[in-house]
Design a protein around this ligand. Structure first.
Ligand code: HEM
Ligand code: HEM
Length: 195
């Protein structure tokens, strides 16, 4: 049987993927040269609002993950590879928190509004701290580059497993909903469940 991740973990995974697919292009586009002011404003409002949603979703996802262990990986995958994958996943979680957190510090610490949160009447959680905000801007930029690099390696590795090795790695995280927590496969032990 294939050890699939539980529905909670799969939903969080694909929700974050979906949000990042909007958030990263919006972030790049809004600081691109030559864009008219109206579009810049719309993209900034979107990026900051969605960024806070991502921050909350990422924190909830990390808390979920800390309380729900991952299903055992196939023993057909060499031990060293399994260990590297586990470390890589932990680093991706950490970088996600840094990216979203630094964006928040950059904006709120710099004294800028987050319009979508203001509409909802949500309070700002940080004092004005312009110097820290400047550093946070730098951290935000470079941690985003790191995230894109790590996720590219992550996706390439999943595709290698799916297309070249042809094992059930992708099926551990797909589909986002339903599909049960296990499906028949030759390579893993019976009786292993997903959280
Ligand atoms: C996982 C969440 C996030 C991702 C992936 C992301 C991604 C990006 C990207 C790709 C850029 C352009 C790169 C650059 O600065 O050169 C950017 C810039 C920016 N982001 Fe985010 N962002 C996220 C969360 C946030 C949050 C939560 C806020 C604020 C509430 C925010 C505010 C900004 C601002 C103001 C900029 C313009 C550059 C600056 O002034 O530092 N971002 N972001
Ligand atoms: C775009 C941003 C993405 C991020 C931030 C991301 C992040 C992660 C993280 C943190 C894990 C570890 C799960 C855990 O142990 O709790 C994971 C697992 C996984 N991801 Fe992604 N992922 C992304 C995109 C993708 C895409 C596009 C695919 C499919 C092509 C994919 C397929 C998988 C699979 C199959 C696993 C399970 C790996 C295993 O444990 O065997 N991910 N992902």
């Amino acid at each position: 049987m294939t050890n699939r991740f539980g529905v909670g973990a799969r939903l969080f995974h694909w929700l974050v993927v979906l949000l990042l697919l909007v958030q990263i292009p919006a972030g790049i586009a809004m600081i691109a040269p030559g864009l008219e002011q109206g579009s810049i404003d719309v993209l900034f409002v979107l990026h900051k609002g969605l960024g806070v949603v991502l921050l909350l979703v990422v924190v909830a996802r990390v808390l979920w993950r800390l309380t729900h262990s991952a299903p055992t990986m196939s023993e057909a995958i060499p031990e060293r590879e399994r260990r590297i994958a586990t470390v890589m996943h932990g680093v991706i979680y950490g970088v996600l928190v840094v990216v979203a957190g630094s964006g928040y510090v950059r904006v709120v610490g710099g004294g800028f509004p987050i319009e979508m949160m203001d509409v909802l009447g949500l309070p700002t959680l940080l004092p004005l701290m312009p110097e820290v905000a400047e550093w946070a801007s730098l951290v935000h930029r470079f941690s985003t580059f790191l995230l894109v690099a790590l996720v590219s390696i992550h996706v390439a590795e999943v595709l290698r497993h799916h297309l070249v090795v042809q094992d059930a790695t992708l099926a551990r995280m797909w589909p986002p909903l339903g599909g049960g927590s296990a499906r028949p496969s030759a390579e893993s032990k019976p009786g292993q469940g997903a959280p």
